[in-house]
Each structure stands twice: as C-alpha cells, then as structure tokens.
Ligand binder design. Sequence first.
Ligand SMILES: NC(=O)c1ccc[n+]([C@@H]2O[C@H](COP(=O)([O-])OP(=O)(O)OC[C@H]3O[C@@H](n4cnc5c(N)ncnc54)[C@H](O)[C@@H]3O)[C@@H](O)[C@H]2O)c1
Length: 335
Amino acid sequence: MKYLVTGAAGFIGAKVSEVLLNKGHSVVGLDIINDYYDVDLKQARLSPLLVNDNFLLVKIDIADSIDVLELFKNEQFDRVIHLAAQAGVRYSIENPMAYADSNLVGHLNILEACRHNNIEHLIYASSSSVYGLNSKVPFATSDSVDHPVSLYAATKKSNELMAHAYSHLYGIPTTGLRFFTVYGPWGRPDMAPFIFTKKILNGETIDINNNGDMWRDFTYIDDIVEGVTRIADVIPTVDSQWTVESGSPANSSAPYSIYNIGHGSPINLMEFIKAIEDELGIEAKKHFRGMQAGDVYQTYADTQDLFAATGYQPKVGVKEGVANLVHWYKNFYKV
Ligand SMILES: NC(=O)c1ccc[n+]([C@@H]2O[C@H](COP(=O)([O-])OP(=O)(O)OC[C@H]3O[C@@H](n4cnc5c(N)ncnc54)[C@H](O)[C@@H]3O)[C@@H](O)[C@H]2O)c1
C-alpha cells in the first residue's frame, strides 16, 4: 500500500515510517524539518529511511495548500498518517501563531487533499491534552473534552471537529488518535524524559513542576507505533443507527473514530525521575516549583476501545522503556 506519513522526521513519524516500510508498504514522508528543536536529530532519524528504495522524502509545509494538493494529485496515496504539527504545550503560550499555521490551516489542507483524492483512511494525531480540566480518570473517549487548558490542546480538539465535518460531508474515513506522553529512543528534546536524562547526565539541576505531585501515563514509542499501524487497518464505517443522544462521542453516523493510545497505568513524576536516576546511577539535583501554565495534573488513558478494535494494549513498562531511552541517549550523544 502507498502511505503518506506527515511529520516523518519527527519522533513518532520516523518510527511509523520505519515500521510501515518493514511491513512492505511504500512511504512518502513529508516534513518541513523546522528548527523547533535540533535539526540534526531530525536528519539522523531520516538517514536510515532515505536508503530505502520504498521511501521518498518531500520537504513541504502543510500550511501551503497548493503544494499539499499537488503532492496528493501526483502521488495518489492509499492511506494518510498525519502526524506533522507544532507540538508542545508550553511553546503554545509564547508562539500561538505557529499552532494556527501548522495545526489548523495544515490540518485543513490535509483534509481538503483527502477530499479530492479518494483516500481510503486518514489517521491523524490528536492528544491526551484534549482532556484539559477533566478530573475523572481514566480518561475515556466517551468523556466530554470541551475544556482545554492550552492553545495546543484546543488545536488538537479542533482537529477532531474538523475531521468529523469532513467525514460527514464527504464520507472520508478518519481516525483521530489521542497519544499519551510518548517517550523512548529518538525522543523529543523539548519533553521531560529527554530533558531529565540530558540534565542529570550533565550535572545540571532539573525543574520539577507542581513540586512533583503530577501523574503521567507515560507511553513507550514502540507501543504508540504498534497502535498507529494496527488502527490504520481499522477503517471506520458509516453507522446509520448512531445518534448523538445514544452513541459515543468517539463515533458517529459518519465514518469517524477517536481512540486513546496510552499505557493505561499512570505513574507519579517522582517515580519516573527515580527510574532515570536508577538507570543512570546518578542522583538528580532537583529544583521544585509550582504548576506551569497549560499543564494538567494527571493523564490516564482508558484503552478499552483500542483493545476492542485491535486486540492490542500498550505493554512496555517504565523500567524497560527508560533503560532503552538512556541507552540510546548515551550512544547517540556519545556520553
Ligand atoms: N510525543 C508526544 O508525547 C505526543 C503526545 C500527544 C500528541 N502528539 C502529536 O503527535 C504528532 C507527532 O508528535 P512528535 O512527538 O513526533 O512531534 P515532532 O515535533 O517530533 O514531529 C512533528 C514533525 O512535524 C514537522 N512539522 C511541523 N510543522 C510542519 C508543517 N507546517 N509542515 C510540515 N511539517 C511540519 C516537524 O518538522 C516535525 O519533524 C504531533 O501531531 C503531536 O502533536 C505527540
């Protein structure tokens, strides 16, 4: 099958591309390779993909509607896995317009291109951040998600709404995936697991938000990718019996689905830091501080829908996942 993977130089996109190629698919990887974080890391993720004859890299900004439409017309994809976005909660406080361009205009351009090119299935990245002010756990796709606490989260919720409108209007099968704090080798330098590993190794002090009283459903990269590739085969269909009153918000009369992909067992932030300290054999210098703007107290995925649809549930535990992250970090940065 021919896949488009947007955000292919990114943490999740590079691994998704690799797994699709290993399964024998051909992949066009789209990425603007922006400098939101270390471009060398993005290039290094791409290097092994670029030697594969079934992989083609295109440097396109998804906010450019003409380029996106032309790519779809020329390549005629079967399926689209749309992961390109301006990620990060904290950055959205300082740079809101980057989120409008990549996450709103960019997402709309992908939907428009799907509309005009007969795409079998559009799978796109949403986020656990859409649960915002929700306090009932675990977070279920049947819960209301109308109270985001960052612009990033608001754009991800918007992506789900835009996808629903296009599924309804044009019959495009769309699936939104709410990822829960992804970590592991080749991870993102703006996220806590990477920052903690780097700073502890350098002997620098780490900032601990909300004085360590936070819970995160850390999910290992391979589990996320397994979920994404399995869901790609679960194409939503029209359900004429569905109504707003009787059905789940994660489904529709249109070919539309939403799933959580998370480990389903949150751990305390201090426990996660301890796992990194243990793996490194170094005790972190810690600076405790208050809650940061845009942050949520806890995340915890209800993964029943994912399991029902795919027979799969994320399984890599924190000890193993952190060991792999630390091992990769030391190798890659030669420390
Ligand atoms: N990593 C997580 O914990 C997590 C959690 C929830 C949701 N997500 C979502 O999953 C997706 C992938 O996340 P990631 O961690 O791999 O992020 P990432 O930043 O590593 O990858 C995103 C890639 O998209 C590219 N990109 C950004 N704007 C673009 C544009 N306008 N045109 C073309 N390319 C563009 C970037 O260059 C980058 O390589 C994102 O949509 C993100 O919001 C990630």
